[in-house]
Design a protein around this ligand. Structure first.
Ligand SMILES: Cc1cc2nc3c(=O)[nH]c(=O)nc-3n(C[C@H](O)[C@H](O)[C@H](O)COP(=O)(O)OP(=O)(O)OC[C@H]3O[C@@H](n4cnc5c(N)ncnc54)[C@H](O)[C@@H]3O)c2cc1C
Length: 134
């Protein structure tokens, strides 16, 4: 099975075609979180799985990057940063524990003027901002 593929992976697969046919049941292209979860579940089901990733690090859009040149040690995810849609059932099935941090404030919406929204755990402050802003 080939999950998705382009350029670099097709080259790798063509070069190692025979080896791949013997050694693996499933090839997953892309080590984003969907590829990694799929690989874990398939491997646990007894299949031989290989995950191919073109980047230096795994995690796809959910990995930590260091995009700010003026603060090079400030790591952040430039893609997924909220774990809201990861279902508890999947976390239980995987048997993993995540070191989660609650962001407070968790949401900042600037405008081109002086107005902005800054939401945190203070419900009343958030409601007042909504009323004032809109
Ligand atoms: C700006 C932004 C904010 C987001 N915020 C959230 C959020 O807060 N919470 C949330 O749950 N989701 C969020 N998402 C969505 C979430 O990031 C994606 O749903 C999730 O990353 C998809 O996972 P994936 O494994 O399918 O793909 P990806 O994370 O995109 O991973 C794909 C992987 O495949 C690799 N790859 C691609 N082509 C090849 C190839 N030919 N050969 C080898 N490797 C290849 C890539 O390098 C990458 O590592 C956000 C997305 C974006 C863009």
């Amino acid at each position: 099975m080939l999950a998705s593929a382009s350029g670099i992976c097709w080259k790798f697969l063509n070069q190692h075609n025979n080896l791949m046919k013997k050694a693996v049941d499933i090839i997953i292209v892309g080590a984003g979180h969907n590829g990694l979860v799929s690989a874990i579940l398939l491997a646990r089901a007894g299949l031989k799985v290989i995950v191919l990733e073109e980047k230096d690090t795994v995690g796809g859009a959910a990995k930590t990057e260091f995009p700010f040149t003026k603060v090079p040690t400030l790591g952040t995810s430039t893609g997924a940063y909220l774990l809201g849609i990861m279902s508890p059932e999947l976390i239980r099935t995987l048997g993993v524990e995540f070191p989660l941090l609650r962001r407070d404030p968790h949401y900042f919406l600037p405008t081109t003027g002086k107005r902005y929204l800054l939401f945190g755990s203070d419900h009343d402050a958030m409601q007042n901002q909504f009323i004032f802003f809109f």
